[in-house]
Design a protein around this ligand. Structure first.
Ligand code: GLC
Length: 454
């Protein structure tokens, strides 16, 4: 018996059952931590610095040698994720620079051999799993450290314009053997993984060029329930074949929009919902970047989480730990504030999704079965109109755990078919000021018939 989604989705919408079963937890957990950390954190100019600054391996080596984070404590990271209300986490096991945060037999270019001597991936999965969080690993399909990865004339390689690399031979199949072997190590040596987050396809480097069918078969064979993103054939700005009638074997289980919230839920060509996850930075960089103090407020992040979930998506919110291994206290503080809000209102986020109602002017609806959550982000004037909700189906209304009533007043006599609520004791116009300026959540319990929509 296939598990039924715990939130109501628009009637008549079917999902790919295999993917539907695999993504059940993902669609319920809704909120995760992305962690971008590595030698580039020492350089503090972003994880693409080798490419942007066209640094040779030799130029980059000081940052590798300097990556000995004596304050690294995965337990502390996990505590911050739990306090934030995050339910899963994804760590960069290897980014495009090729420096590995795990014990790999395929190369010495790892934290096991640079003087740090610790398997970061092992400590990460252990600490987060122990707290009941799902664990995922980001793995770069691109590896600028490997001699068989295409360099000259590549779109991004640090030596893309280096004459010394023109005509240099490379054996891409040998690179793929190396890449697949490392992915096999990750899928074998670290217990149950819940997510494999590949990044990314570009130009002709996509799909079967990565030997993606063989790769996916291996990963799913070793980790039967694992979720895989769509970037074996896509990137942060494209969907890939997951939205077509015939998804490829490597289409993945979810779309991974980056630094963007899709305009609406993501559906395939037949209108079926497709899981998706927006990955978003706390400031303007993925990894630690000196001088980037432009942090989003917890208020903004809470409201974006609501928007994302109302469209059927997940938020993977990124931290870029400091070179010494600590999560920046500013990032920890923002996440703690988000977590405080979720402690109060997590019921309106976790295990909820698309409500199947037109978006109201004042904010968003999320829904779980026959319970709607009205997320009031904009200050209404007078009674709040629960537009789209059939008044005859409202069984109860709640605000902060107490029952509130439908507004009954001459103010709204022109709208007999619309349910209005006020937040005060009897005063129909009492909705000012909003009880929670970040997001006032009104719980709307619908009668069993459930449709509750107009
Ligand atoms: C962008 C960045 C990459 C980061 C990824 C996360 O592609 O370039 O460094 O890991 O976003 O989605």
């Amino acid at each position: 018996m296939k598990a039924r989604p715990s939130y109501s989705q628009p009637k008549g919408v079917m999902l790919d059952l295999d993917r539907h079963v695999r993504t059940q937890w993902f669609l319920e957990d809704r909120f995760g931590m992305f962690i971008h950390w590595g030698a580039f954190s020492v350089h503090a100019r972003g994880e693409w610095a080798r490419s942007w600054e066209q640094l040779s391996m030799q130029d980059y080596q000081p940052y590798v040698d300097g990556f000995t984070p004596d304050s690294f404590d995965a337990e502390a990271w996990a505590d911050i994720a739990v306090a934030a209300g995050m339910k899963y986490a994804v760590l960069t096991a290897k980014h495009h620079d090729g420096f590995c945060l795990f014990d790999t037999a395929e190369t010495s270019y790892s934290t096991m051999n640079n003087g740090f001597g610790r398997d970061v991936v092992a400590e990460f999965v252990e600490a987060f799993r122990r707290r009941g969080l799902k664990v995922g690993l980001y793995f770069s399909l691109i590896d600028w450290s490997h001699p068989d990865y295409p360099a000259f004339d590549d779109a991004h390689h640090p030596h893309r314009a280096d004459p010394a690399f023109e005509g240099r031979s490379h054996d891409f199949d040998r690179y793929l053997d190396f890449m697949h072997a490392q992915i096999r190590e990750l899928a074998t040596n670290y217990g149950q993984l819940d997510l494999m987050w590949f990044d990314f396809s570009y130009d002709d480097l996509s799909g079967e060029v990565w030997r993606a069918a063989e790769l996916v078969e291996m990963v799913r064979g070793l980790q039967p329930g694992i979720l895989i993103d769509n970037r074996l054939e896509a990137n942060g700005g494209s969907f890939g074949s997951i939205v077509t009638d015939e998804p490829s074997a490597w289409a993945g289980d979810f779309v991974s929009p980056e630094q963007l919230i899709p305009t609406d839920g993501i559906r395939d060509v037949r209108g079926r919902l497709v899981p998706w996850e927006s990955c978003i930075t706390l400031n303007n960089h993925w990894s630690h970047f000196g001088g980037d103090d432009a942090y989003k407020s917890s208020r903004t992040l809470i409201r974006k989480l609501v928007e994302i979930v109302s469209k059927g998506g997940n938020l993977l919110l990124n931290v870029g730990p400091l070179p010494d291994g600590r999560i920046d206290p500013r990032e920890a503080q923002i996440l703690a504030e988000v977590g405080s809000w979720l402690t109060e209102h997590g019921e309106s986020i976790y295990r909820t999704g698309i409500a199947g109602l037109p978006k109201p002017e004042w904010g968003y609806y999320t829904r779980r079965d026959d319970t709607l959550y009205a997320h009031v982000l904009e200050q209404p004037i007078g009674p709040l109109a629960l537009t789209g909700v059939d008044p005859d189906r409202i069984a109860a209304l709640e605000l902060d755990g107490r029952e509130i009533q439908r507004a009954e007043s001459w103010l709204i006599e022109a709208y007999p078919d619309v349910a209005f609520v006020s937040f005060g004791d009897g005063d129909p116009s009492f909705t000012y000021p909003l009880p929670d300026d970040t997001d006032t959540v009104v719980t709307v319990r619908l009668t069993a018939e459930g449709a509750g929509t107009r």
